[in-house]
Design a protein around this ligand. Sequence first.
Ligand code: THU
Length: 169
Amino acid sequence: MRSNPLSDCDINMTEKTINIPVKVYGLDELSPERRRVADLALRYTENAYAPYSRFSVGAAIELDNGEFVCGANQENVAYPSGTCAERSACFSAGARFPQARFVRIAVAARGTDGAVTEPPTAPCGACRQSLLEYERLAGHDVEVILTGRETVYVLPSVRSLLPLAFTEF
Ligand code: THU
């Protein structure tokens, strides 16, 4: 008699480890292209309407038509009615420039103390899923720049932020 009957289920089990590639930079080490979107995301934290959480997030998207579309979290007294910065930016980009494709996106956030977060803030699950849609539309990787007070995480793609993502198509 085996002591653990569940081990039968593991006989053909294989294990997979999924790694996420993250490059870590100092804010001042960013290339001018990356620094431009990072600075826009930082600036747009000032446009957050976050009287309930007092957590202010900014997002900036560079499009392949040369435009930059930014967003900031917008809260509501009926809490779930609010929107994150990343979705405010990507839905705005989709609505304003439906033919354009995303090139890179930057995110930055200020905590309740008003200071830019360190380490950098990363998008929530719903925002990752929403951004992934635009990466798939672009047909190529969309770089993600997570901007902290001193540290910046650069990921090569949205899909690297959301391993095992749901995709229907
Ligand atoms: N928030 C964002 O804007 N982006 C995220 O990815 C996570 C959270 C906002 C939502 C809410 O207004 C505040 O941050 C606190 O959760």
